[in-house]
Each structure stands twice: as C-alpha cells, then as structure tokens.
Design a protein around this ligand. Structure first.
Ligand code: AMP
Ligand code: ZN
Length: 464
C-alpha cells in the first residue's frame, strides 16, 4: 500500500512499526462552535483511511483530540457569559453528534487538552532540562534554533522564516521563531498551576503530549488539514523529537482544503456552512459521499450542483442494493456453472477498488469501481439468479461500502444505539440543569416514535 508522505514529498510503501497494527493521530477541532464542512473533510477522509486499514485486517489505534482551551473558546464564553468549559463541553457534544451522522467511527480515544495538563507540564519540564525551552516571566518558549531539524516537514528554513519576522515589544523571546509552550494567566481566563506560575498551555504542546500518552513516542501516521503543516505540525515535531529523542511520526498525511464555489470559506464572505446547516437540507451521508468523490489531497469545491450529483450517485448505489435485497429473499440454490464468470467479474471490480485505495487512498477511483460494480449487478443479477450469486454481490457490496462508510441500509441496531446516545445526552443535560435541551431530546425521540419513561432503575424506552 502506498501513501503520500508530506515529510518526504513522495508516495511511500506503508510499513507499520508493529506487524498488523496502525497507530494514528489526527488533529481534531477547536470546539467553540458547530463544526463547519471544512472541518468535516479531515474527519471523513482519515476515517476512511482507518476503515481501509481495518478492511485489510490491521488493528487501528485511532486518536483524535479536542482542543478545549483556546482564545476562540474564551472569547465565546465571554460573549455568552458562561464558563469556557461549558462552551467546550457543548460543542464537543454537538461535534460528536455530527460525526455520528457522518458515519465517522468513534476514535479509540478523544483526549481533551484540559484533561492532559499534567502531561504537558512534564514534557515542558523535560524540554527545559534538555535546553530546548526557557522561561521568561511566566512564559515558556521553545528554543527553535536548538532543534536542528526544524523545518523538515514544511521545508522551511529558519533564516528565511526569520527574515520577515520581528519580535513584538511585549515578547521576551530569544529568537523571533521561538514559540510558546506555556503562557501566564490573564484576568478572567481559565488557568492551571505550574512551576512557572498560573497559566495555560500553548496550542501545539497538547498534540505532542496526547500522541505520546496514548500511542507512544513514535507513531505510524499523523494527519490533519494542510494548513496545519506549518507551524502546528512543524512545532509538534520539534517538541516531541526534542523531548523523546525519537522520531515522532513515520508518515504525515494532509488533506487539501474544501472551498465554496471556488472561494475560500469564510464567515465574512458569507459562504460559511456548518455541518448542521447542510444536514437540514441533505442526509449527511450525501456530504460524506461528496467529500470522498475527490482524492483527499486535491482541493475540493463545494456547490449545490455537486451535492445534487452526489445525492443522485448515492441513491443509485442504495437503490441497487435494495433491489439486491429483494432478489436475495427469493433467490435459491448454489452457484450455477454459467454464473462462475459473473462471480469472477465481481472480484475484478473489488480488485479495482482495492488498487485505487492502495494508491494513496484514491477514493474517487474507488467510487468509480463501485459504480461499475453496481452497473454490472443491475444487468447481471436477475430474478433467475442463484442465491449464491446474489450473496456474492451482497458480501462484496457491503465490504466496499463499509470502507467508504456508506450506509446501504438503515439497521435497527444503529437506530438503537442512536436512541441510547440521545438518552445519555438527555441525562447529562438534566444533570447540568439544561432542562430545555432535555425536553428537546424527549421531543426529538417522540417524533421518531420513541417514548421515554423515567423509572427508579433509570430511563426506559419503547417504540410506539
Ligand atoms: P481547527 O478547528 O481550525 O483546528 O480545524 C480542525 C481541522 O479542520 C484541521 O485539520 C484543519 O486543517 C481542518 N480544516 C479547517 N478548515 C478546512 C477546510 N476549509 N478544508 C479542509 N480542512 C479544513
Ligand atoms: Zn495537532
């Protein structure tokens, strides 16, 4: 399997650190609002990468963080007159809901920055001890010049970077490219105690610490949007490799940006959509399918027209699968001799799909292979076909759809899990006295024909 490594700027053969296992870290969102459709791109693309590894039999340890302390969260908290932790908690919950609707598999672990402060203090201490960091009146900086490989991911050179950069008056850095590991508390902001006074961490340190804690010093894959290559990922490498004395990640994967009608998405241009907004108009499966219609390293343009054609494409696959289910119910018997050729041809399409995915996860070509399989099935699978042939189509369609995270048929179990999640969320809302949200959840469930009953033993539900 080949994947494009930003570090070497080449497609490379994937060689895991440990046979049959993949350790993967994906930078997650800063939770101060509903996630936008740009944020959904890395989530969907790297979830699909994970699914393909699992399809190949790998065990994937998938870690993705939530940045739950940050200027944007603090500003939102001030705007709304609520604690920053409430803002973060709310949007983590909402983000998880969107992710479920996008059929993104839950991560093995979703660490939160605020729950990992002690690990950050430890790593900063280590960096100071090793001479890679220094403190100036409550701020700790990373000494960029001391890390000789600085710039290896973004291919930037410190001297060039520094040419255009000046140290602001209020900063006390030794060097313009030094970056913050810890900053002192400001009035009204959340803070934690540290050997350098009360304060909070800089952004980059959290990923270095969480990746080390949950996956170890060296991991297979680190991923995120291409805007993170510099400075975020470059700084993560500097911190981790300086502190651990080991290579941080073998493969660096970056998705290109999602634009809207060929323009950069931005609130000020009024072309900014949250996943939730798109979900009001389309099943979010369509958004997922649309995202996978392009290779993850190609820029992708979002427009109504493209969403409509994704919707039609997805419908074509789902309709073909429903027809297959109908035939499967009635079809009988073993594979007939004259059907062998058809069964072999199915394998050709599967192979085509695999080849596309083996080539740096080319989901666009993988989808094309599924369309070809669907077309073949619509012609070759008939009421006269044997049960064995129908099963062969079903098994392969299911396996390929599972890799892309396409839901071919709503399953009762999925629905049950959704109900349980909503009930759980309602309990939490009640605990935090958010009765409006709790009532809202009861109503949403009622609309779906689910009645809740609060009993001594907990909440019980039934379909009506
Ligand atoms: P943030 O919350 O800004 O840190 O973003 C979370 C993730 O979304 C990062 O991996 C970003 O690179 C990615 N991201 C943000 N905007 C876009 C976009 N328009 N297209 C693709 N990825 C994006
Ligand atoms: Zn990160």
């Amino acid at each position: 399997m080949k994947l494009y490594n930003t570090l070497t700027k080449k497609k490379e053969e994937f060689l895991p650190i440990e046979e049959g296992k993949v350790k993967m870290y994906v930078c997650g969102p800063t939770v101060y609002n509903y996630i936008h459709i740009g944020n959904a791109r890395p989530m969907i693309c790297f979830d699909t990468v994970r699914r393909y590894f699992e399809y190949k039999g790998y065990e994937v340890n998938y870690v993705s963080n939530f940045t739950d302390v940050d200027d944007k969260i603090i500003n939102k908290a001030i705007e709304e007159g609520i604690p920053a932790s409430d803002v973060a908690e709310k949007y983590i919950r909402e983000c998880k809901k969107d992710m479920a609707d996008l059929n993104i598999k839950p991560a093995t672990k979703n660490p939160k920055a605020t729950e990992e402060i002690s690990g950050m203090l430890d790593m900063i201490q280590t960096l100071i001890q090793k001479g890679y960091a220094y403190e100036k009146s409550g701020t700790v900086y990373f000494r960029t010049r001391k890390f000789e490989h600085y710039g290896k991911l973004s291919k930037k050179n410190l001297d060039e970077l520094e040419a255009g950069k000046r140290i602001a008056v209020e900063e006390q850095k030794e060097d313009a490219m030094d970056f913050v590991l810890w900053k002192p508390k400001k009035e009204g902001e959340p803070y934690w105690e540290s050997p350098w006074g009360n304060g909070r961490p800089g952004w980059h340190i959290e990923c270095s610490v969480m990746s080390k804690k949950y996956l170890g010093d060296t991991i297979d894959i680190h991923a995120g949007g291409e805007d993170l290559i510099f400075p975020h990922h470059e700084n993560e490498i500097a911190q981790s490799e300086a502190a651990n004395g080991a290579e941080f990640a073998h493969y660096w994967l970056h998705n290109a940006f999602l634009n809207i009608n060929n323009k950069k998405m931005s609130k000020s241009l009024g072309n900014f959509f949250t996943v939730r907004e798109i979900g009001e108009k389309y099943d979010l499966q369509v958004l997922r399918f649309f995202m996978l219609s392009a290779h993850y390293r190609s820029p992708l343009n979002f427009s109504e027209d493209l969403m409509e054609s994704s919707k039609n494409g997805l419908e074509r696959i789902v309709t073909a699968y429903q027809r297959l289910q109908d035939i499967l119910k009635r079809a009988e018997g073993e594979l007939r001799a004259e059907e062998q050729e058809k069964a072999d041809k199915i394998q050709d399409y599967v192979q085509k799909f695999q080849e596309a995915m083996e080539d740096d996860f080319n989901t666009a070509d993988a989808i094309a292979a599924i369309f070809e399989l669907v077309k073949f099935m619509n012609v070759e699978l008939t009421e006269e076909s044997s049960n064995a042939l129908a099963q062969c189509f079903e098994k392969n369609m299911k396996a390929l759809a599972e890799v892309l995270g396409i839901i071919l048929q709503q399953q009762e179990e999925i629905l049950d899990a959704e109900i349980e999640d909503l009930i759980q969320e309602r309990q939490e809302a009640r605990k935090s006295k958010d009765f409006a949200r709790a009532d809202e959840i009861r109503d949403v469930l009622l609309e779906k024909g689910i009645v809740l009953k609060d009993t001594r033993e907990g909440v019980q539900w039934k379909r009506v």
